[in-house]
Design a protein around this ligand. Structure first.
Ligand SMILES: Nc1ncnc2c1ncn2[C@@H]1O[C@H](COP(=O)(O)OP(=O)(O)OP(=O)(O)O)[C@@H](O)[C@H]1O
Ligand SMILES: [Mg+2]
Length: 425
């Protein structure tokens, strides 16, 4: 894998550094950017840190503390596994790695710029437990790459998107993003995260996650999924239209197989949210996370689009969190780790489609009223033109209402039984 494949632009560096911080168990991450990442990218975490003896290894190619052998690639529970990211970044920038693995307040620092010749020297420095990685002058030694970069605003936009995507995967991590010393994003951590939930909640024991679920510690949590975090990170109002999804896939797990018991990967479920789109102007998230990793999977997104069409919606927004046994996954099929091979994907999607179809059917629908009732709502004085579509009739009669109407004719020719489904905005 060439360095260029990993480090395609400043946002790609930010993504790798954030993933490393999360793999290190950080709960608080600060990201300082200058000049759209072309000046400096700095990620400060409070994770486990790196032992002084391992610091040179950390920036060496193919060195990873995360996978013992290649056969293990099927059981990956960390975001990183190639041992490439830091080495690739160091090869095209001036990189400073500072880390402390204990609470002494003292850490070590090393600097590399471009090619790693002799072993870089470790300097003792004052540093809290955790790691700070500072990447300056990205592509200083690759002028062609530097020339390909877009404006500061565009590059920073990509960085912001990456930070939001990570924030959506991990509500338990507090993230703060600064650009040229101005705070641009500040996401507090929420007490109960999806990842905590995956290791503590058994869907089989608590079938309904819809309102209140109890985790293994006995805490009651209303909506353990990070809907508040979703709103915070997307800046969209998502609560009202959200349809909660909780699908148990444990029936697909072979009882004879040993499954790793390490949080992610020891259960099979899909949790998250759907947002029916009724107005093509709507911008709603379309996010698929598999074991905490944002992935692009055409099969899943196409199927969701079809389900929305069948339910006569313009489309659907979604944030779906697949929590799957690691044996089902092969992440090592794409250099930027965005694609993932899921082996029983057709079976999974059959379950998911069935559950979502049922949900969309019952839902569109907080209230379903017959057209006779609807006319009462419209008021006695209103005459509804029978040639108008139900939507138009409702809009004509109640122009100021902030209600979204979905109508569906149940059977051709039975217009009297047309149902109106009203979802309050
Ligand atoms: N923020 C961090 N905190 C603690 N250890 C870190 C941190 N960043 C990197 N490391 C250590 O450095 C090693 C190399 O990191 P690098 O990102 O290059 O590889 P990786 O994460 O193992 O795999 P990948 O290339 O897929 O990201 C990691 O395996 C880890 O041991
Ligand atoms: Mg990494």
């Amino acid at each position: 894998m060439a360095a260029g494949e990993v480090v395609t632009r400043p946002a790609a560096v930010v993504k790798e550094l954030l993933e490393n911080a999360i793999d290190a168990g950080a709960t608080n991450i600060e990201i300082h950017i200058t000049q759209g990442g072309m000046g400096m990218i700095e990620v400060v975490d409070n994770g486990v840190g790196i032992h002084p003896d391992d610091m040179v290894m950390a920036i060496t190619r193919h060195a990873t503390s995360k996978v013992a052998d290649v056969a293990n690639l099927h059981g990956i529970t960390t975001l990183g596994f190639r041992g490439e990211a830091l080495a690739a970044t160091a090869a095209v920038s001036r990189l400073t790695l500072t880390s402390s693995h204990d609470d002494s307040g003292i850490g070590r620092q090393l600097q590399v710029a471009g090619v790693l010749d002799d072993a870089p020297k470790l300097m003792p420095v004052v540093h809290h437990r955790g790691t700070t990685i500072t990447v300056k002058d990205l592509y200083f030694n690759v002028p062609a790459r530097r020339g390909n970069l877009k404006s500061i605003a565009t590059e920073f936009g990509h960085i912001e998107t990456i930070v939001r995507e990570v924030a959506l995967a991990r509500a338990d991590v507090a993230l703060t993003l600064f650009h040229d010393n101005k705070k641009r994003l500040s996401l507090s951590s929420s007490a109960m995260s999806l990842s905590t939930m995956s290791s503590t909640t058994r869907l089989s024991n608590s079938k309904s996650l819809n309102t209140v679920s109890t985790n293994a510690n006995g805490n009651n949590n209303v909506n353990p999924l990070p809907l508040a975090r979703l709103e915070q990170a997307t800046g969209l109002s998502l609560t009202k239209k959200a349809l909660e999804i909780a699908i148990d896939l444990t029936s697909l797990m072979q009882p004879s197989r040993e499954y790793v018991n390490n949080g992610f990967g020891d259960q099979a479920s899909v949790n998250g949210w759907l947002w029916p789109i009724t107005d093509s102007q709507d911008t709603l998230p379309k996010l698929i996370y598999v074991n905490g990793r944002l992935v692009k999977e055409a099969l899943i997104s196409n199927q969701l689009r079809q389900l929305a069409q069948t339910a006569q919606l313009v489309g659907t927004g979604y944030a779906l969190y697949f929590d799957l046994p690691t044996q089902w996954l092969n992440i090592n099929v794409h250099p930027s780790k965005q694609r993932i091979k899921i082996s029983p994907l057709n079976n999974i999607m059959a379950h998911v489609s069935h559950a979502i179809r049922t949900k969309l059917k019952t839902v569109v629908t907080t209230e379903t009223i017959s057209s006779a009732n609807a006319i009462q709502i419209l008021g006695n004085s209103q005459i509804v033109d029978s040639n108008l579509s139900i939507d138009n009739a409702f809009a004509t009669a109640m122009p100021n209402t902030s209600t979204t109407i979905y109508s569906s004719k149940s059977q051709a020719g039975k217009s009297a039984q047309t149902t109106l489904s009203v979802v309050r905005k």
